[in-house]
Design a binder for this molecule. Structure first.
Ligand code: GTP
Ligand code: MG
Length: 354
C-alpha cells in the first residue's frame, strides 16, 4: 500500500432544498389553501476514523468532496428528502487542521470516532408556513440555506506503542523484521526506508505496535536527508527504541547526533522514555561490545543505579532481543496504565460537571 501522511482537501456540505409554492386543488374544495412542502436538508460531510488503514493515499487522487443539495419540497405538504451524507474515512491517528495548517480542529484518536465537519444547509420553508390570518394564500417560500465549505488539511500521525529511531543503516528495519511479521526493505545503503512501517510484536499473549521510520542524520530538522517530518509518527509512542550501529567507530557520537535531532524536533520526543541498544553485536568481539556499551551508557547518562542499561543486541542474529522486548513491554504497560488513569480522571471530571 502506498503511503501518504498529509493531504489538503476541499469539503462542502449540500445546500438546503427550496420550499415549494403550491395550493391544494381538489374537486368540491374551494380555496384549498397553501400546501407547499419544505425543502430537504443538504448532505453533511462527516469524517470517520477507521481501523486497518495506515495511509491517506486515497486523498491524493480525490481532493474535492461536495455533498448533494437537499431536494426541493413539493405539493401536498411533501418535504424534499435530505441530500445524502458523505463520510470520509481516515486512519486512526489523523489530525484535521485548518487551511493554514496552524490549528488542529479535531484529533481522530479512536476507531469509529466521527465528527461533523460541515453541516448541510437547512431546507427552505414551503408556502404553507407563510399562511397568516390576513394572508391565506401566500406565494412566498424559503430558498434553502447554503451549505458550508472549507479547505482542510489531514495529517496522519500513526499510532504505535514504540518507535525505532537511529541513523540510517543502524538496522532498524532488520530489527522490525526480526520481532514482527512485517517485511520491510533492508539494504546496506542509507535511506532504504522511505516511509514509516508498522509491525505487531507478540509475546506471551501480549502485543504492541512498533513503528520503523526513515533514518535521521545531522541537520534532519533543517531538512537534511529525508528531514524529520516522519518523527510525527513516533510522537504518540510510549517508548523510543534507539538503535546504534555497533560496527561504527564512534557510537557515542552517533547516539548524540540522533538525540539532538529529537530535541530540535520537539513534540515531546526529548522527554520520551528511551531504550538504548547497541546493535550488530554479532559482528563485534566481546571486548568491543563491553567497551562500546560503556561509551554509550556514558553518552546516554545511563547509570547502573537507575536500573536502566544499554542493551547489546543483534537484529540479524536475533540475540539480546528477548531482554530488550521485555523492557519495552514494561514501559509500554506503564504508559498504557498512565493513559488509562488519565482517561478515567477525565471521565470522572465529566460526570462531575454533568
Ligand atoms: N552484522 C549485522 N548487520 C546488520 C544487523 N542489522 C542490520 N544489519 C545490516 O545493516 C544494513 C542496514 O540495515 P537496515 O535494517 O536496512 O537499516 P535501517 O536502519 O533500517 O536503515 P535505513 O532504512 O536506511 O534508515 C543491512 O545491510 C543489514 O543487513 C545486525 O544485527 N548485524
Ligand atoms: Mg530501514
Amino acid at each position: 500500500m502506498k503511503f501518504l501522511d498529509e493531504a489538503k482537501i476541499f469539503v462542502k456540505s449540500g445546500d438546503g432544498g427550496a420550499g415549494c409554492v403550491s395550493f391544494r386543488r381538489e374537486k368540491f374544495i374551494e380555496h384549498g389553501g397553501p400546501d407547499g412542502g419544505d425543502g430537504g436538508r443538504g448532505g453533511d460531510i462527516i469524517i470517520e476514523a477507521v481501523p486497518n488503514l495506515n495511509t491517506l493515499i486515497d486523498y491524493r487522487y480525490a481532493q474535492h468532496f461536495k455533498a448533494r443539495r437537499g431536494y426541493h419540497g413539493s405539493g401536498a405538504n411533501r418535504s424534499g428528502p435530505s441530500g445524502p451524507t458523505i463520510t470520509l474515512k481516515v486512519p486512526v491517528g489523523t489530525q484535521i487542521l485548518d487551511e493554514t495548517k496552524e490549528q488542529v480542529l479535531f484529533d481522530m484518536m479512536t476507531p469509529g470516532q466521527t465528527v461533523l465537519l460541515c453541516k448541510g444547509g437547512d431546507g427552505g420553508f414551503g408556502n404553507s408556513h407563510f399562511k397568516t390570518s390576513t394572508n391565506q394564500a401566500p406565494r412566498q417560500k424559503g430558498e434553502g440555506w447554503p451549505g458550508e465549505e472549507r479547505w482542510i488539511w489531514l495529517r496522519l500521525k500513526l499510532i504505535a506503542d514504540a518507535g525505532l529511531v537511529g541513523l540510517p543503516n543502524a538496522g532498524k528495519s532488520t530489527f522490525l523484521a526480526a520481532v514482527s511479521r512485517a517485511k520491510p526493505k533492508i539494504a546496506d545503503y542509507p535511506f532504504t526506508t522511505l516511509h514509516p512501517q508498522l509491525g505487531v510484536v507478540r509475546s506471551d499473549n501480549r502485543e504492541f505496535v512498533l513503528a520503523d521510520i526513515p533514518g535521521l542524520i545531522e541537520g534532519a530538522h533543517e531538512g537534511a536527508g529525508l528531514g524529520d517530518r516522519f518523527l510525527g509518527h513516533v510522537e504518540r509512542c510510549g517508548v523510543l527504541i534507539h538503535l546504534i550501529d555497533g560496527t561504527q567507530d564512534d557510537v557515542a557520537d552517533a547516539y548524540k547526533t540522533v538525540r539532538s535531532e529529537l530535541v530540535a524536533y520537539g513534540g515531546g520526543l526529548e522527554e520520551k522514555r528511551e531504550i538504548v541498544a547497541l546493535n550488530k553485536c554479532d559482528a563485534l568481539t566481546e571486548e568491543a561490545i563491553a567497551e562500546k556499551v560503556k561509551k554509550l551508557a556514558r553518552a546516554a547518562k545511563i547509570t547502573k543505579k537507575s536500573g536502566n542499561r544499554v542493551y547489546p543486541i543483534s537484529g540479524a542474529a536475533g540475540s539480546g532481543i528477548t531482554e530488550l522486548l521485555r523492557r519495552a513491554f514494561e514501559i509500554i504497560q506503564e504508559a498504557r496504565d498512565a493513559a488509562k488513569e488519565r482517561d478515567d480522571a477525565v471521565a470522572a471530571a465529566e460526570v462531575h460537571i454533568g
